[in-house]
Design a protein around this ligand. Structure first.
Ligand code: WT7
Length: 630
C-alpha cells in the first residue's frame, strides 16, 4: 500500500480501511519503517482502564528511522537548516550524515554522564541545533526526554524536573530572543535550588557569557571533545517511553503526557507526509518551538522520519522587523510553511510592503495550528502569503494526541476557511450533546470526543494514571474527551470552536487557569481570584483576572504589577493577565464553585447574554462586577 495519499478518492478509501480494519491498515503503513522485530498484535486496547498498546512486542529505535535509514541514499541531503535569531549570524546546515554523527556523539556524552535507558532527561534550551541533537540523542539511548519550553519560570521548571525525577539537565548559558537575551542558566540554577533529582547539568555556551559553572555542572563543548561518533541505537519496545511533555490542566499541577515509541513514530511520519503533501527535496519550516508538541512532532520527528529538510528558527517573528518570517522563507526557499494564527494576526498589522519585498514564490503549502483561525486572518494568509496559490491546512490536534487529528490534506481534500475539515486517517471524531449522547446528524454542534484509539495517542500521565483516566476517559464512556467544542457542517467538516474547560489558549499556548489563580492567591493582599479568557485580536484569547482584596486594601496598578510578577515567577511571562479587575465577590454556585461561565461573558462584554444566574448563591455580585468592568 502506498504511504502517500495523492487523491481525494484515495483519502476516502484509506479512511474506510482504517476504520473497518484498523489493524490491517496500520500494519500495512508500518511496513515503511525499520523494525528490529515485528509486532505480535497491531492493537490491543481498553478505554475503560484505560490501556492502549500499539504494535505489541515490536522492537525499534526511532532515531534509526530518523537518521540511519536515510544515510545510504541521502546522507548528504540537508536534514536541518538552522536560522539564528540575528540575521547577520550565519545559518547552519546539517546533512543527515552530520546530524547522525552529532546525535551519536551526544548519545555517548549522555552515557558518559551516567544516563541509561529509562532515565528522564530534562532539556531547557534555546532553539539551537543542539536542542534537536540532544532530543535525538536521548531517544538514541532510550532515555526519556522532557523538554521544558525556555519561556517557563524557574518554579515551573523545578516542578517539571521533580515530577519526572529527571537526573540530567541540559541547558544553556542564555538564549537570544529578538533584542533580548534570556538568562537561562540563572533560571535553571534557581530551579535546581528548588528541585532535588538532578545529578548532572550540561551547559551549552550560546551567548558566550563568562559564567562560572557550579559543582556537577559541565560545559557542553568540553563534554563532546574526544567522544566516539558512533553509537548503536538502544533497542526499544514499541511501548517504551519516548518522551514526556507537560501540558496544562484544570488543576494546578501540569500533566506530563507520556508518548511511546512505535505508534508515535508511525503516525507523525504518516500525517507529516500526507497533510503537507511532502515531496522529496521540499524545504519545510515549522515556526513552533521544540518546547511544544508541534516542535516535537513536526520540527523533529515527522520531517526527519520522512527524510525531509526541516528549518529550525531561533528568533521571533518581529525581529529585526515584522518581515522576518518572509525574509527567512525567501532566504531558504521554503516550500511548506507551518505557523500559528496568532503569528499571522501579529504580522498582518505591519505594512504589506514587509511581505511584498520578499520573494515568496517557493511556497507551495501553508499550515496553521494551535488555535482556531479567524476568517479574516485566513484570507490574509491565503492572499498575501500564499498569493491565492497555496492550499492552507488548518490542523487540529493536541499535546495529548501526538499527531494531527483533523485537517485537510494539502490540495487533495477540500479546504474551507476556519474549518479544520476532515478527520485524519484512522481518527474517529464524534460530537457529544449536553446529555452525553453522540450526535449523528449533520450539521451539529457539541463537544468533541474520539471514539477509537490512534497510534500516537498519549498512553498515560506520568506518575498519575488515575488523572489520565479522569481527565480524558471519564466524561464519556469508552471515548477520549478532547476538552474542545466543535461544530460539523452538512458535509461533515469540523470547525473547532474552542475549549470548553478551564484551559485558555493564549497566543497558541495552552494555559490552565488554576495554576495562574494559585500564583495570584499567594499575594498577601489577596483573598481569592478567578481567571478566564476573553477574545483578543492578536493573541486569540487574553487573560482576565477577577481579584478579591482583603478588607481595607484598595486595588491599584502597583498590586496589578505585583500580580503579574508573581505569575511570571510561578509560570512564566506568557501567562500574564491583560486585565485585572478588583471585585468584592465572585459569582458562586450553592456548592461554592465559581461560575466562570458568567465571568467569561462579562470579560467578553457579552453582558446581555449571561444566561440563568438564579442558581447563584450571590446574584447581586454580578451587577457590581459588570459595573466595575465597564
Ligand atoms: C489545543 C491543544 C496541536 C499543537 C499545538 C497546541 C487548540 C490546536 C487547533 C486548530 C482550533 C486548535 C485546541 C486544542 N487547537 N489546533 N487547528 N483549530 N483549535 O497543542 O498546547 O496541546 O493545545 O489547542 O483547543 O485542544 P496544545
Amino acid at each position: 500500500m502506498e504511504f502517500n495519499i495523492s487523491s481525494e478518492e484515495q483519502y476516502r478509501s484509506y479512511y474506510q480501511k482504517s476504520i473497518q480494519d484498523p489493524a490491517t491498515f496500520w500494519a500495512d503503513i508500518a511496513t515503511n519503517f525499520k523494525w528490529k522485530q515485528k509486532w505480535d498484535e497491531v492493537l490491543d486496547y481498553d478505554f475503560s482502564i484505560p490501556k492502549i498498546t500499539w504494535f505489541k512486542n515490536a522492537k525499534l529505535n526511532i532515531t534509526e528511522n530518523c537518521l540511519d535509514r536515510h544515510l545510504e541514499q541521502n546522507g548528504d541531503k540537508i536534514a536541518i537548516i538552522w536560522e539564528p535569531n540575528n540575521p547577520n549570524e550565519d545559518s547552519i546546515k546539517l546533512s543527515y550524515k552530520e546530524l547522525h554523527t552529532k546525535v551519536c556523539q551526544f548519545a555517548n556524552v549522555l552515557k558518559n554522564n551516567g544516563a541509561k535507558k529509562g532515565d528522564r532527561i530534562c532539556l531547557y534550551m534555546p532553539m539551537v541545533p543542539e536542542l534537536a541533537i540532544a532530543v535525538l540523542a536521548c531517544a538514541r539511548i532510550g532515555a526519556v526526554h522532557s523538554v521544558v519550553f525556555a519561556g517557563f519560570s524557574s518554579k515551573a521548571l523545578a516542578s517539571r524536573i521533580d515530577d519526572a525525577k529527571c537526573n540530567i539537565l541540559l541547558t544553556a548559558d542564555g538564549a537570544f530572543r529578538g533584542t533580548k537575551t534570556i538568562d537561562l542558566i540563572t533560571i535553571a540554577n534557581a530551579a535546581l535550588e528548588m528541585s532535588s533529582s538532578i545529578e548532572t547539568t550540561i551547559v551549552l555556551q550560546r551567548i558566550k557569557s563568562d559564567i562560572k559553572l557550579k559543582k556537577q555542572q559541565k560545559w557542553w563543548h568540553n563534554e563532546i571533545r574526544n567522544v566516539a561518533i558512533t553509537a548503536e541505537p538502544e533497542i526499544m519496545d514499541a511501548e517504551d517511553l519516548l518522551f514526556i511533555l507537560y501540558t496544562s490542566g484544570s488543576t494546578g499541577k501540569p500533566k506530563g503526557m507520556v508518548h511511546t515509541s512505535a505508534g508515535y513514530m508511525v503516525n507523525t511520519a504518516f500525517t507529516f507526509q500526507n497533510v503537507f503533501q511532502y515531496n522529496k527535496g521540499d524545504i519545510y519550516w515549522c515556526t513552533a518551538d521544540i518546547g511544544w508538541i508541534t516542535g516535537h512532532s513536526y520540527i523533529i520527528y515527522g520531517p526527519l522520519l520522512q527524510g525531509a529538510t526541516t528549518v529550525m528558527f531561533e528568533g521571533i517573528p518581529t525581529f529585526p522587523d515584522g518581515g522576518r518570517f518572509w525574509e527567512v522563507v525567501a532566504k531558504h526557499k521554503v516550500n511548506l510553511f507551518y505557523t500559528a494564527p496568532t503569528a499571522i494576526r501579529a504580522l498582518e498589522k505591519f505594512p504589506i510592503e514587509m511581505v511584498n519585498k520578499h520573494d515568496l514564490s517557493s511556497l507551495k503549502v501553508l499550515g496553521t495550528v494551535g488555535e482556531p483561525i479567524n476568517e479574516e486572518a485566513w484570507h490574509w494568509y491565503d492572499t498575501h502569503i500564499g498569493k491565492g496559490n497555496c492550499p492552507i491546512v488548518d490542523t487540529w490536534w493536541q499535546t495529548e494526541t501526538g499527531a494531527m487529528m483533523i485537517s485537510s490534506l494539502a490540495g487533495i481534500t477540500p479546504q474551507k476557511p476556519t474549518f479544520a475539515t476532515l478527520p485524519m486517517i484512522g481518527i474517529q471524531p464524534v460530537l457529544m450533546d449536553d446529555n452525553g449522547n453522540e450526535i449523528t446528524k449533520n450539521p451539529a454542534e457539541g463537544r468533541l470526543a474520539i471514539k477509537f484509539p490512534w497510534p500516537s495517542m498519549a498512553r498515560t500521565i506520568y506518575g498519575n494514571h488515575k488523572r489520565y483516566k479522569d481527565t480524558y476517559f471519564s466524561t464519556y464512556k469508552n471515548k477520549y474527551f478532547t476538552g474542545d467544542g466543535a461544530l460539523r457542517d452538512a458535509n461533515g467538516f469540523y470547525r473547532i470552536t474552542g475549549r470548553v474547560d478551564d484551559v485558555v489558549i493564549v497566543s497558541g499556548h495552552n494555559l490552565g487557569t488554576a495554576p495562574i489563580e494559585n500564583a495570584i492567591n499567594e499575594l498577601s493582599e489577596i483573598v481569592e481570584s478567578a481567571v478566564v479568557g476573553f477574545p483578543h485580536n492578536i493573541k486569540g484569547n487574553a487573560l482576565y483576572a477577577y481579584v478579591i482584596l482583603h478588607d481595607g486594601i484598595n486595588g491599584n496598578d502597583s498590586i496589578r504589577a505585583d500580580i503579574n510578577k508573581l505569575i511570571s515567577k510561578h509560570i512564566g511571562p506568557i501567562a500574564k493577565c491583560d486585565k485585572i479587575q478588583f471585585v468584592k465577590g465572585l459569582p458562586k454556585t450553592r456548592s461554592g464553585k465559581i461560575m466562570r461561565r458568567i465571568l467569561r461573558k462579562i470579560a467578553s462584554k457579552e453582558m446581555d447574554n449571561l444566561g440563568d444566574i438564579s442558581t447563584l448563591l450571590n446574584p447581586d455580585v454580578v451587577q457590581s462586577i459588570i459595573k466595575g468592568c465597564l
